[in-house]
Design a protein around this ligand. Structure first.
Ligand code: SF4
Length: 446
């Protein structure tokens, strides 16, 4: 394997808050003519929306893909994948996230968001191997929910998630201690109303050890479909919430529930007390971890105004990982599944401007030619890490399975898995409502 190379772009910025400004740049760095294996020896997320995000030193790297898979034509790879699937039969299930490229999705048994896919895998009893064409935290969640005798495989180990990497267990443990120090109270102590000081809530897009942290500290996991229900669950049990790693989903959801913005301070993990005065922590209802998705961070209010100017009557739907001003300016905001259903269920020919990952937007447009569907961002900029999954890696892991070898297995340690499962089961018991963060007909605020 080639020696790892560090891109100059992975140098940390002097100001941690400055990262968010870089992410809104008009340029993407996406090279459609480059193959993902060109970046496997490079530390960093690779081309696409996350290319300026700093990959942590512990981020997994992918070893060299054998030459035959790098050199094969698209038709050869397609045939190898089909042949391997044929041989393996129902011993393998292939999952494809909505944000995967079409050449992957065509081989998927199930296509959906991360949690839908993890649950779908469980429905295929005979599967000995679950090949998750998505990113690392998704494969971990699948492993937490899978049977012990099932192997979860991530075709490219470098397919992480820059947002998930913005919170690690050491930082969260430190924040937890600093928050309780600011409050002057021990974790888990009930007040006169029977509420604990803080409930930890982690977004599904987080490492398994953060889900485990929530499991052992009375917390819970949320998805973009059920964040409102989960926050309500948390407020029934705690005075305030520590929400990580996506500040935007936390802020948009808190706002929907009527939490004032000045009671939702941002927690910057590299700063003492998250960059807050102790009184700010005491007054907070939601402490928002300073994480973000570099795909959804690209969408702007100007793009929405442009779409409205160029397409009168356009229906603007964005993902709640977008900044609050963008969600406010949109007509609707909801999860990938909400967006998919909104387009699918529109009965009249409609023009949609969508604020989510480009592969999903393009696929929606192709599947619904009666509508006009376009991405709000005029610059083609895919998710850097979803892009790392290519048919070459899928063919490789499947042919290895045919040969009786499991490669690129994702395994969550048993103790972490058990605690993470507690937080996931709390989420399921909270009965998600699957409703949008912002419903159609809501006032447009710009
Ligand atoms: S779209 Fe954003 S949250 Fe999803 S995998 Fe990519 S970087 Fe992570």
């Amino acid at each position: 394997m080639t020696e790892p190379v560090t891109l100059a772009l992975t140098s940390p910025p002097a100001d941690p808050l400055a990262v968010t400004d870089i992410a809104t740049a008009a340029q993407c760095g996406y090279g459609a003519d480059q193959d993902p294996w060109d970046f496997d020896p490079v530390i960093g997320y690779g081309p696409g929306a996350s290319m300026v995000d700093i990959a942590p030193s512990w981020t997994p790297m992918q070893g060299e893909l054998p030459a035959e898979y790098r050199e094969a034509s698209p038709d050869q790879l397609r045939q190898w994948i089909r042949d391997a699937r044929q041989t393996l039969g129902d011993r393998v299930v292939v999952l494809g996230h909505y944000y995967q490229r079409d050449e992957i999705v065509e081989h998927a048994d199930f296509v959906g968001d991360s949690f839908q896919l993890a649950r779908a895998a469980l429905s295929v009893e005979a599967a000995e191997a679950i090949v998750f064409c998505g990113v690392h935290f998704m494969a971990e969640t699948a492993d937490v929910l899978a049977r012990e005798d099932q192997a979860v495989i991530l075709p490219n180990l470098a397919a992480g998630c820059s947002m998930a990497d913005m919170a690690d267990i050491g930082e969260v443990e430190t924040a937890w201690a600093q928050i309780h120090e600011a409050l002057g109270i021990e974790p888990g102590i009930l007040d006169d109303d029977g509420l604990v000081p803080v409930i930890p809530v982690t977004y599904m897009n987080s490492a398994a050890d953060l889900k485990a942290f929530c499991g052992r500290n009375g917390g819970i996991v949320c998805t973009s479909s059920n964040a409102e229900t989960v926050l309500e669950w948390a407020f029934e049990r705690g005075r305030r919430v520590l929400f990580f790693p996506d500040q935007h989903l936390g802020r948009n959801t808190g706002k929907t529930l009527g939490v004032p913005l000045d009671q939702m301070p941002t927690w910057v993990p590299s700063l003492p007390c998250g960059g807050n005065e102790p009184q700010t922590v005491r007054d907070a209802r939601v402490l928002l971890w300073h994480g973000y998705c570099s795909v959804h961070k690209r969408f702007t209010v100007d793009q929405i105004l442009g779409a409205r100017g160029n397409h009168p009557g356009v229906r603007v739907i964005v993902h709640p990982e977008c900044p609050m001003a963008v969600v406010d300016a949109a007509d609707e905001a909801g999860s990938t599944e909400y967006i998919r259903k909104a387009v699918e269920e529109a009965t009249e020919p409609t023009t949609f401007a969508i604020g989510t990952e480009i592969n999903m937007v393009n696929r929606l447009g192709a599947a619904h030619p009666q509508h006009t569907v376009f991405c709000l961002d005029p610059v083609v900029c895919p998710c850097s890490t979803m892009y790392r999954i290519h048919p070459g890696y899928l063919a490789w892991v499947l042919e290895e399975l045919v040969a009786g070898r499991v490669v690129n297995q994702i395994t969550v340690p048993a103790d972490v898995s058990a605690q993470a499962r507690v937080a996931l089961e709390r989420m399921l018991a909270a009965q998600p409502k699957s409703k949008p963060i912002k419903a159609p007909g809501s006032p447009v605020i710009v």
